[in-house]
Design a protein around this ligand. Structure first.
Ligand code: HEM
Length: 321
């Protein structure tokens, strides 16, 4: 009897803990708001905007690299800038094989913006690296011709980063795998298709799609196949949207309609009938693509957000305090 009673009270404690965890995690997402830094760092958005612009002037790689960094940050351990941590032991996210192709230009954009934010005495050490990544991603999109949208703020930075925590989608994934992956982030198939439109910017190493060329993939347009064979013989990369590689627009989807998607995970969105309708719709309606992209980026920005209880405002984005 006594055992039963202690089991019941243990169960009650467990339920309380679970409810608390659920409340805390929904609170973590609920704390995000666009004016989070309005009093402590009123110039934040202007500072980040200026430094992203400077980075983009320096290098065309900067905007795509920064946008991709936001995805890889949020998808692993939540949007907590854990992707930027350099661990003295070498056990960190960015050295994982799936993160190793993240370009230095993206990291540098965030470091430059953070240094500028912290050189403003009012803002010093009050703005998280995670929020700077979210703002810099928005700037990379809007300054490339994409939508300019409101970014929710108030994320705390994570205190750790580990190689084994990295789980990311792969360029050979089919629709079911992509959906399964994105659903773990609370994102729908529509969100996933809209976010894949991020591949309107930037490039991929030939190693990620070489297995498709030379007539190996029937979903690839033969003239695109021949073009890529030539490209990869000369250099080691190709543009993800070779019509407008530095412009954020809906050509990514129009390319898919023509069998000119670079990665297998891009082209499958058109090959698979279950997602083709959305691709066709975005290819015909850039405005809807833009608004769905903003919705999906906002949802992505809420993934695994940390609070003062489990995070910190990192002074140096590459090292926990
Ligand atoms: C759907 C699943 C996805 C897969 C399988 C995937 C895979 C890849 C791969 C293999 C590359 C080439 C990397 C390189 O060679 O350096 C790449 C580049 C890129 N990805 Fe994705 N990605 C996915 C989703 C996303 C999302 C959701 C975003 C952001 C919204 C994104 C943004 C980018 C950008 C901007 C680049 C170009 C980076 C650069 O030029 O440095 N990707 N992606």
């Amino acid at each position: 009897m006594a055992n039963l009673e202690s089991l019941a009270s243990l169960a009650a404690i467990l339920i309380l803990v679970l409810v608390e965890v659920a409340v805390l995690s929904s609170f973590a997402a609920a704390q995000l708001r666009p004016d989070y830094y309005a009093n402590v760092c009123p110039n934040l958005e202007g500072i980040v905007r200026y430094f992203v612009k400077q980075s983009m002037v320096k290098s065309p790689i900067s905007a795509p690299a920064t946008l991709r960094l936001f995805f890889h940050d949020c998808a692993v351990m939540g949007c907590d800038a854990s992707v930027m941590i350099i661990s003295p032991t070498g056990d960190d996210e960015w050295r994982n094989q799936d993160d190793y192709s993240l370009k230095p230009e993206g990291f540098q954009t965030i470091l430059d913006a953070k240094a500028a934010v912290d050189s403003d005495l009012q803002c010093r050490y009050k703005v998280s690296c995670a929020d700077i990544i979210a703002l810099a991603a928005r700037e990379s999109v809007s300054q490339s011709g994409g939508p300019n949208y409101t970014v929710e703020l108030g994320r705390y930075d994570g205190k750790k980063s580990t190689d084994r925590s990295v789980r990311l989608p792969h360029p050979g994934d089919n629709l079911d795998s992509l959906n399964a992956y994105f659903s773990t982030l609370g994102l729908s198939q529509t969100d996933m298709i809209a976010l894949s439109g991020g591949h309107t910017l930037g490039a991929a190493d030939c190693g990620f799609f070489k297995y498709r060329i030379g007539g190996n993939d029937q979903s690839m347009n033969p003239s695109f196949d021949a073009q890529l064979q030539g490209t990869c013989a000369k250099q080691n990369f190709a543009f993800l949207d070779d019509v407008t590689p530095v412009g954020f627009d809906n050509f990514y989807y129009r390319n898919l309609q023509n069998g000119r998607g670079l990665l297998g995970s891009d082209q499958v969105l058109y090959t698979d009938e279950r997602s083709r309708g959305t691709v066709d719709f975005y290819a015909a309606n850039q405005g809807t693509f833009f608004s769905d992209f903003v919705i999906a980026m906002t949802k992505l920005g809420r993934v695994g957000v940390k609070t003062a209880a489990d995070g910190e405002i990192r002074r140096d984005c590459q090292y926990p305090n």
